[in-house]
Unconditional design. Structure first.
Length: 296
């Protein structure tokens, strides 16, 4: 981060420590450029801190080449979220100092949390295509050579990512059958699911690995305890052993079979549910002439 940043730390009574960063502009032109960059970056929801980092500058430059491209915008939303929300202060100091595991985690573990529901189930193809285009552009711009690794990870991950996408879409269609219709009533579906959940007496909220499929039951092994659960309510015909699932299962006392209730995420066999830092609920940016930007 730039040497013109100054950090201050505050701790309220019984509250968490809060870090506040201030930045000194070199001149009015730099401030105007920041405001223009802010407008561009807000279109793909990048946190303000990214405006002052190397990756934020590259994301903005990449967007400017095709400012109205919705698929490029969505890709930038995902990767900027990876840099600013997940990696946060552990972000590599430059593209050249990334490791191959950086791209592996992005593809196998982080991206699956951002697969969008769609009737045509085309999100995985779009993301991987946009990722490879960006990395090719990045290599040319920064003198890096990440494209071969990203292309390999993308090719290897694609079959299972497609399975994950199909599972996610099918699960949500089971719980919300009219999700793609204009007359979809979200509150009505949630009330129905709550009633179903309230009939259960046991719940397990965890991460699981698919061990096998027996008839209509999916056999899940809990990652932490190695306990086995026989689960109904999943699209068993498209689920493959090795796929990882994070969510809530429940049943009634005496039942041997569990029911899938809520989905946190679906991941390839080489992926996993990531632990995120404390959620960023408030973020502010104040210029030296008193202009304030604030969002929740």
């Amino acid at each position: 981060m730039s040497s013109r940043f100054k950090s201050k730390y505050f701790r309220n009574k019984n509250g968490p420590q809060v870090s506040v960063r201030t930045y000194e502009f070199a001149n009015p032109a730099e401030r105007q450029q920041l405001l223009r960059d802010l407008a561009f970056s807000s279109e793909f929801e990048m946190r303000y801190r990214g405006l002052f980092e190397y990756y934020g500058k590259d994301f903005i430059s990449y967007k400017k080449e095709k400012p109205s491209d919705k698929k490029r915008n969505e890709f930038l939303r995902v990767i900027s979220n990876f840099m600013t929300n997940y990696l946060d202060d552990d972000c590599p100091p430059s593209w050249k100092q990334c490791s191959s595991s950086f791209w592996e985690v992005l593809i196998y573990s982080f991206y699956p949390d951002h697969i969008k529901l769609s009737p045509n189930e085309q999100n995985v193809e779009d993301f991987l295509y946009q990722l490879k285009k960006f990395v090719r552009w990045l290599d040319k711009r920064n003198g890096t050579s990440w494209y071969p690794a990203v292309e390999q990870y993308s090719s290897e991950a694609f079959p299972e990512l497609k399975i994950c996408e199909r599972i996610i879409n099918r699960i949500f269609l089971i719980d919300f059958p009219r999700i793609h219709h204009d007359d979809w009533n979200l509150d009505q579906d949630i009330d129905r699911l709550k009633q179903k959940f309230n009939q259960c007496t046991n719940q397990v909220d965890s991460s699981f690995k698919v061990t096998s499929i027996i008839g209509e039951r999916v056999v899940l092994t809990e990652t932490k305890t190695n306990c086995t659960y026989y689960v109904k309510g999943l699209p068993y015909e498209i689920i493959s052993p090795g796929i990882k699932m994070s969510g809530i299962i429940c049943n009634k006392n005496g039942d041997q079979t569990w029911h899938w209730y809520h989905t946190h995420g679906i991941y390839p066999s080489k992926g996993e549910r990531l632990e995120y830092p404390v959620s960023i609920k408030h973020e502010g940016l104040k210029t030296n002439d008193g202009v304030n930007f604030f969002k929740k």
